[in-house]
Design a protein around this ligand. Structure first.
Ligand code: NDP
Length: 418
């Protein structure tokens, strides 16, 4: 159930091992690839590339390039993004069909330990389709969540922001996590005046403190009005846009307000209670180390389990489930999953790449550690005029001389850390 990263991978791999597989996706072909392809990693990265051009044009003057400033055609960017995503949806469809998976367009609901009903609304048939299966995998992902406050109806989420019309000259971003920091950077780069509010003392809670401080400072240098220990009290319509009142009594006028205040599992209407599937906070599907829920025939992977919400994690979990249920290909031992040392990248400007422990975590775990930290201005910026700086940091366990953490803020940090 669910044609995102985890669901598609599990369906294909299970079919390749000889299982007869049906994949239910409420969005049909257009939903294939899930959050990552449609409203997450992929379009976000495309917009981030777009945003980097503004900076590159600006910096080119120091290298002798002359000419009028270029102008963003927001409509063209959106259109090109849409066609690329449609192409990717098609690639996913071909992969599924090619591996013998049957795709059913419709919302699926569990009726029991081995039974699913798919509403098939997407096909306009109106006749629900009831299927029974030996194994059922829940891979329905998550969705953005917005806290309650007066004027909440004006809040946008990352689901809508890609298609914003018109382009927001002034954008409010609320939150200090991955999504908030990435979109603050992207829209700032594309030309919006961005105000970012974060309720805590520094963005990217959970990351290494040096990374947080350094990134926060770089984002401010790029022009983002980053306000820490700040939050929204209310939003109301104003003559020229939206008037946002802050809890500290200040106010700011913007054209659009993006809330990136966390994500919750997609479990509404799934029939989890009816099937007896145990849930945790925010409805997350609880699973054991084999991704089995409290009902042995029902498994779950990815964001719906609300553990580590990253595409490569969902993909790996899907492979582990398939190996566990249908066996690994001959000659290979069944995969297992470790959640330590999961690398991740934040596509801010400059970007963040990180793997392993933060300095604080390593200090707690090992006691004596060494920190190797370097901070510099890249050679390119001698002529570019940019004041952007790069920070790299290695955290080393002193006793074994083993690197236990690697953190970077700077151009291509994700690729470098990878
Ligand atoms: P996060 O949980 O990372 O961040 C949510 C942010 O919103 C935090 O700063 C949090 O503050 C803040 N917040 C939560 N509730 C409120 C509230 N009521 N009022 C004000 N602020 C609030 O979630 P995201 O939505 O950014 O992203 C979800 C997940 O998706 C990420 O954790 C990540 O796993 C994944 N992701 C990965 C990306 C990548 O790999 N590049 C990109 C985008 C998403 P506080 O810190 O105080 O709790």
């Amino acid at each position: 159930i669910g044609g995102g990263s985890g669901g598609v991978r599990a369906a294909r791999m299970a079919a390749a091992r000889g299982a007869r597989v049906v994949l239910a996706e409420a969005g049909g072909t257009a939903g294939l690839g899930g959050t990552c392809v449609n409203v997450g990693c992929i379009p976000k990265k495309l917009y981030s590339y777009a945003a980097h051009y503004a900076e590159a044009f600006e910096e080119s003057h120091g290298f002798g390039w002359e000419g009028d400033a270029t102008r963003l055609d927001w409509g063209r960017l959106k259109e090109n993004r849409r066609s690329e995503l449609a192409r990717l949806n098609g690639v996913y469809l071909n992969l599924l069909v090619g591996s013998g998976v049957e795709l059913v367009h419709g919302h699926a609901r569990l009726l029991g330990a081995h039974t699913v009903e798919i509403d098939c609304a997407g096909h306009g048939q109106g006749v629900p389709r009831r299927l029974s299966a030996r194994h059922i995998l829940i891979a329905t992902g998550g969705r953005p969540q917005v806290p309650g406050f007066p004027g909440r109806e004006f809040a946008l989420t990352s689901n809508e922001v890609f298609d914003l019309e018109p382009f927001p000259a002034r954008l409010l971003v609320v939150g200090g996590g991955y999504i908030a920091c990435e979109f603050a950077s992207i829209f700032n780069g594309l030309g919006s005046r961005v105000t970012q509010l974060y309720r805590g003392p520094q963005v990217l809670r959970g990351f290494d403190d040096d990374v947080r401080r350094f990134l926060g400072a770089e984002m401010v240098k790029k022009g983002i009005d980053l306000r820490l220990n700040a939050n929204v009290a209310a939003i109301e319509r104003a003559p020229g846009g939206l008037l946002v009142s802050l809890q500290d009594g200040c106010s700011v006028e913007v054209d659009a307000a993006l809330f990136a205040t966390g994500r919750v599992p997609n479990v509404a209407g799934l029939g989890l209670e009816a099937a007896g599937v145990a849930q945790g906070a925010d409805g997350a599907v609880l699973v054991d180390e084999h991704y089995r829920t409290s009902v042995p025939s029902i498994h779950a992977v990815g964001d719906v389990t609300a553990r580590v919400q990253l595409t490569p994690v969902a993909l790996s979990e899907a492979m582990v489930v398939v190996d566990h249920l249908f066996g690994a290909p001959s000659g290979r031992i069944p995969r297992a999953m470790e959640y330590e040392f999961i690398p991740s990248a934040v596509f801010t400007h400059p970007s963040v790449g990180t793997v392993g422990m933060t300095e604080a975590e390593a200090r707690k775990e090992f006691g004596v550690i060494s920190i190797y930290r370097s901070e510099f201005r890249a050679l390119r910026h001698t002529l570019s005029g940019s004041s952007e700086r790069t920070m790299m940091k290695l955290v080393v366990d002193e006793t074994t001389d083993r690197v236990v953490g690697l953190h970077m803020v700077g151009a291509e940090a994700g690729e470098i850390v990878q």
